[in-house]
Design a protein around this ligand. Sequence first.
Ligand code: MF3
Ligand code: CO
Ligand code: CO
Length: 248
Amino acid sequence: MVTVKTAEEIALMREPCRIVKETLEYVGKHISAGMTTAEVDKLVYKYITSCGAVPSELGYCGYPASSCVSVNEVVVHGIPGDRIIEDGDIVSVDITAEKNGFQGDACRTFLIGNVSEEKRKLVKVTEECFFKAIDGLKEGTPLYDIGYAVQSHAEANGYGVVRALTGHGIGREMHEDPSVPNYGRKGTGMRLKAGMTICIEPMINMGTWRVVFDKRDGWTVRTADGLPAAHYENTVLITGDGVEILTL
Ligand code: MF3
Ligand code: CO
Ligand code: CO
């Protein structure tokens, strides 16, 4: 069920979204080569809880951590552990916080030290995909225009668009309807309504769009060809004349 938020609900939702944004800024200041992904997760847990919010990924469908820390070929849902972050890595940190009964969700891909031109471009284009997707977006826009914009920009750069995972509505639940794919045909899908809050989250691979789910841990999603992937996400409010990015 697609939910349209009231002005009161949107006011409540601003806080978890702001906390998510600040947490990612905090992580950006501290993440560095030599740290483990578990240490990154500790930063996330510490910051979110210090704001009086709940790191809502922890325990979500049995997920064991407060963040998803996905290095290089890991597309999403990298479980924090003893993997050491190295110079030249790209590391996406995807977090969700709950406060006031509402969720905020965002992801950034961080560049660690001396990152190759190739990988920098991947991260830059992935962010651009998000901004192309919100360009002109407002009440009445067909939902799949989002995916069309992401896919066009990614594929024009020779990249693969992940199909197996999508963006989503968000509110009292981390994942609400509708599903927001990063591919699609322009002019199709439901019309967006003012008051809808959705997560737009391009997951872009340097090579093939195909991904492999880790059967052992049940979470980690990797590129099928082992080439790097990037991820960028914000929680966005649809308004009558545009969008408001709640996590930026
Ligand atoms: N934050 C992720 C998203 O963008 C969800 C993470 S799944 C979890 O939808 F299990 F880690 F919580
Ligand atoms: Co997320
Ligand atoms: Co999300």
